[in-house]
Design a protein around this ligand. Structure first.
Ligand code: PMP
Length: 320
């Protein structure tokens, strides 16, 4: 693995060695403050609050870019290879050439993580088609903008995991290439906001009567020992967490069926589980005002969530 940071400019305190970064992170923890986010932008390492890019950047003007969110547990990126491969797949899907190899991107992310001093972290990686005179047509000879930052993770609420989330079904108004992780997330944001306005934690999106996914998570339905989940086509993001859970299921005595799910099936599922890198596994308690199963996290959730937690903390290899 190459050192992706050695030859880049470092601003402020971020030139620290590992032990200095650790002292820094401990200091913030002692003061009950969040360790400030640290970013890599165009070869500079700086505090995220100081990172600036041009207003003509096509990410800003057109939402023309792709991204990834990776979690680190105990100083190790989790399932990183799966995330980097998806980043490349998303970039290829919008005809965007990554400005460097996946190895180099991984090297920068790992180095930033080390410099942050954080044991547990959230890593955001975004590539846009760069800054050029505004024009719908792709610019020529314009380098993509690569932004990577590391910050303390948004930890999923322990209380919500204990009780289960409340969810509303909403129409899936997104575009036809939801398998690509693009930064054009307005339809996702509108649905998430609508869920919040209705007093819910998340929306499950429905297209033509079929369940697709959440605004920022995948959906698993549990029926006895069976996990049912929509197949990975252009209507959903192939979630890394989803893949980890499905991979482990057979070892836990559960079978997996990937098939379209009619919206009505949500209402007689034994359990519904949402999955994402940030949420990990989240049980659903209520859907459109009706209790799911017994109205509390069920046995399948407990089994799968325990196994996932072991996976993240033992740092087993990423899913195939
Ligand atoms: N679907 C959507 C629309 C998402 O934004 C996310 C979060 N990235 C997911 C599914 C879950 O993907 P992952 O498990 O890789 O985080």
């Amino acid at each position: 693995m190459i050192d992706g940071v050695g030859h880049h400019r470092v601003r402020g305190v971020w030139g620290f060695k590992q032990w200095q970064a650790d002292v820094w992170a401990r200091f913030f923890k002692m003061m009950s403050m969040e360790t400030p986010a640290i970013a890599w932008l165009d070869g500079n390492i700086l505090a995220l609050a100081d990172a600036k890019c041009r207003v003509e950047d096509r990410g800003f003007l057109f939402g023309d870019g792709v991204y990834e969110v990776v979690r680190a547990y105990d100083r190790q990126l989790f399932a990183a290879d799966a995330h980097w491969l998806r980043l490349r797949h998303s970039a290829q899907g919008i005809d965007l050439e990554l400005p460097m190899s996946l190895e180099e991107i991984a090297g920068i992310a790992e180095n930033l993580l080390m410099r942050s001093g954080l044991r547990d972290a959230e890593i955001y990686v975004q590539v846009t088609r760069g800054a050029a005179r505004r024009n719908h047509l792709f610019p020529t000879n314009t380098p993509p903008t690569l932004l990577i930052w590391v910050q303390a993770p948004r930890l999923p609420s322990v209380d919500l995991k204990a009780t289960g989330a409340s969810v509303v079904t909403l129409p899936d108004e997104r575009w036809a290439r939801c398998h690509l992780k693009t930064i054009s997330l307005l339809a996702n944001c509108l649905a998430k906001e609508e869920a919040r306005r209705r007093g819910c934690d998340e929306a499950i999106l429905v297209r033509d009567g079929w369940v697709t996914e959440g605004t920022s998570c995948n959906v698993l339905l549990i029926r006895g020992d069976l996990i049912v989940t929509p197949p990975t086509d252009q209507r959903i993001l192939p979630g890394v967490t989803r893949a980890c859970v499905l991979d482990q299921a057979p070892n836990l005595g559960m079978a997996v069926v990937q098939r379209p799910i009619a919206v009505g099936e949500l209402f007689d599922a034994d359990e519904i589980i949402l999955t994402s890198t940030i949420m990990e596994l989240m049980p659903v308690r209520v859907i459109d005002g009706s209790l799911v199963g017994a109205g509390r996290p069920g046995p399948a959730y407990r089994t799968l969530a325990t196994a996932y937690s072991e996976l993240t903390h033992r740092r087993l290899p990423s899913p195939s």
